[in-house]
Design a protein. Structure first.
Lengths: 180, 184
């Protein structure tokens, strides 16, 4: 099954973003309804879009957090210090747990890398080479209930890269308990 | 069974009762996923999209049985028209369609499972986007900001937003498919 004049990926992205003019929407839909190939490709684009609609990144900015609060999410925020083991409790009435990784000077920092590992195995669970951060309050980790399927003995490693190129690291030992 | 037959041939079979049950099933199998996508785009809920599939397929089958599809080779246009009318009615009523006496069509059997993207895979692939691309896709699809709003927020042009968005979406798709790059 092939298509001789497939809908371009940029048109599909714009279609799902609601960014096509009405006549372009009509043109795209006239093609999609008659074309199994392009319809299947559109379904693949939709799957990504649909996942993004509910996606909360593991590292969030303060502005993103404010948006989530405004949407009515029940958010509990805790502060953590480097090298101290401190448990994070995900209670049933909580939608989102925020770990504020603080106590680490980020004032002269241009980029922050965040790595999440399982303490027992060292397996990398997540990496963000260019994570959002606030120079004054640190890095905000958004812990979500569906993360309960991941190992609970987690270590967050922060690598701070300064303007001079110098690098510093901090480790936060945060075992998780998911209730409910 | 009707692999090589174009849609119009199926419609003609249904109209003249020539292996009509199989032809109807094949027509439903072809169009159900496409109608659902239309519903997901315009009604934005899986259950309402499934209702739309049922309404539209029933309308198409009834018309085909009665020989009311004047141009069988353009049955896709008939389907799209039925989608538009049914979605408009759905939006106007803002409620789910009530089952009808014809609601004996098992639409579920014609609909493949929607792809569910694992959270961990999405996190991994999102982390490969640069910070601006991540912001564009989240503002586009989560906050549902317009292109102009995103352009203002990120202090870039609307054209840049569009380019970043489709490249980021393609990169995510490529990454989720197991590669790092974007599809061509």
């Amino acid at each position: 099954m092939t298509c001789s004049s497939p809908i371009s990926w940029d048109d599909l992205a714009a279609y799902w973003a609601g960014d096509l003019a009405p006549e372009a929407v009509d043109r795209v839909e006239e093609h999609l309804i008659g074309c199994g190939t392009c319809s299947a490709e559109s379904a693949r684009a939709f799957a990504v879009v649909d996942a993004l609609r509910v996606h909360i990144p593991p590292v969030v900015s303060r502005a993103a957090l404010a948006n989530l609060r405004a949407r009515g999410m029940r958010i509990v925020e805790n502060a953590f210090k480097p090298d101290e083991r401190q448990e994070a409790l995900f209670a049933p009435e909580t939608d989102l747990l925020i770990h504020r990784l603080a106590g680490f000077d980020l004032l002269q920092v241009t980029r922050v890398q965040v790595t999440l590992r399982a303490e027992s195995t060292g397996d990398v669970l997540f990496e963000d080479p260019d994570a959002p951060f606030d120079p004054r309050e640190g890095v905000l980790i958004a812990c979500q209930r569906h993360y309960s399927v991941m190992p609970h003995d987690t270590v967050f490693e922060i690598r701070a890269i300064e303007k001079s190129g110098a690098e510093r690291t901090a480790r936060y030992l945060i075992p998780h308990v998911f209730q409910g | 069974m009707f692999e090589g037959e174009v849609d119009g041939m199926l419609v003609r079979r249904i109209a003249r009762s020539d292996r009509a049950p199989e032809a109807e099933a094949e027509l439903c199998r072809r169009f159900a996923p496409r109608v659902r996508l239309y519903g997901l785009r315009h009604l934005r809920a899986e259950d309402r999209a499934a209702d739309l599939v049922q309404l539209v397929l029933l309308a198409v089958l009834e018309a085909a049985r009665a020989g009311r599809i004047e141009k069988p080779d353009q049955v896709d246009r008939f389907v799209l028209g039925a989608c538009r009318n049914a979605a408009l009615r759905e939006r106007q009523h803002q409620s789910r369609t009530q089952p009808t006496e014809l609601a004996d069509l098992d639409v579920g059997s014609y609909l493949p499972e929607l792809e569910q993207i694992p959270v961990r895979a999405l996190n991994r692939c999102m982390s490969k986007l640069d910070r601006r691309a991540r912001a564009v896709v989240l503002l586009s699809f989560q906050d549902e900001s317009s292109t102009d709003e995103i352009a203002r927020t990120l202090e870039i042009t609307a054209g840049n937003v569009r380019v970043i968005r489709h490249r980021a979406l393609a990169q995510l798709r490529g990454c989720l498919d197991g590669g790092e790059g974007a599809p061509a």
